[in-house]
Design a protein around this ligand. Structure first.
Ligand code: ATR
Length: 276
């Protein structure tokens, strides 16, 4: 039987939890395969990526700093990946390499476990970097209509508006303005690296006056419970941890590579033990 050959390229990749996750998915489906780490130094990227893509590998994930740099090496892009301008999953299909972005759609799948999308939900996204682009695009294509953005650099928040759908309503706010109207939001999503270990004491904005029943979500997953989530919990909010995004983007990627459905189930708890 054919072995499914998968892997991850990036710099660095050594700490990645993806091999563990994909090995669980292979066990679940009974697929015989491998998921290897391919650390690539930036000055040899072109040569190494070309060799890897010709090596008989079936698919791979792409992480920092190559999510944009991989694009010219691919034959086709999924339309959302093209709009976002970043690829985290490549698959070889009928001799052609196709690029996808499962980060944002994985994030929204994860969020949907906590709160189903409703047109009326008022969402606030904090941050407008690479991760935010994927998440914003996935939110507006998965039934979230009203998504405001606050970012330290306003011009980057403005750039995100190009990813809207016709029915999207988005306002750009400063962090100061956001703090005055936090009670308006049903869902608050933090997408910057503020609060990531070793700077775990940092919090992007103070959280006060949250709407009763609000969901606060953080894509930072080291530590599992960031200062932002800790504060949100104290305020009575429902909290949504970042490691679930990691699992759901992997689930989406594995489905693209294998054509099979896999379930996250208890992997969420098991992954939590591995992160802490
Ligand atoms: P990623 O791919 O992880 O999203 P990125 O594209 O470099 O990384 O984006 C980083 C995001 O974190 C941006 O929204 C950035 O804000 P700016 O656009 O103003 O740079 C945000 N960010 C990083 N450090 C920050 C800080 N100390 N305070 C506020 N925002 C910060």
């Amino acid at each position: 039987m054919k072995i499914l050959k998968l892997g991850l390229i990036g710099h660095p990749v050594e700490q990645s939890l993806s091999p563990w996750i994909h090995t669980r998915f292979m066990e679940q489906t009974g697929i015989d395969g491998e998921y290897k780490l391919y650390p690539i130094e930036p000055d040899v990227f072109d040569k190494k990526i070309t060799a890897l893509m010709q090596s008989g590998i079936d698919g791979f994930n792409i992480t920092v700093p190559y999510k944009q740099r991989i694009i010219p090496f691919l034959d086709e892009l999924d339309p959302d990946a093209a709009k976002i301008g970043a690829v985290n999953t490549a698959v070889r299909k009928n001799g052609k390499w196709i690029g996808y972005n499962t980060d944002g759609s994985g994030y929204v799948r994860a969020l949907e476990q906590v709160i189903p999308p409703k047109e009326s939900l008022h969402v606030l996204m904090l941050g407008a970097g690479g991760a935010a682009r994927g998440i914003y695009r996935a939110l507006v294509t998965h039934g979230f209509r009203h998504v405001d953005i606050a970012n330290r650099t306003a011009s980057k928040a403005e750039e995100l508006l190009q990813l809207q759908e016709p029915e999207t309503i988005s306002e750009i706010l400063t962090f100061q303005e956001v703090q005055q109207q936090l009670a308006d939001y049903d869902v608050i999503i933090h997408t910057t690296s503020v609060g990531m270990s070793p700077n775990a004491a940092e919090q992007i904005i103070p959280l006060t006056n949250l709407k009763p029943g609000a969901v606060v979500s953080d894509i930072v997953y080291k530590p599992i419970e960031t200062q932002l989530l800790h504060t949100a919990k104290q305020q009575g909010a429902l909290i949504h941890h970042g490691h679930s995004m990691l699992l759901y983007q992997a689930q989406y990627a594995f489905e693209i590579w294998s054509g099979r459905q896999v379930v996250v189930g208890d992997l969420l708890n098991q992954l939590e033990q591995r992160v802490t």
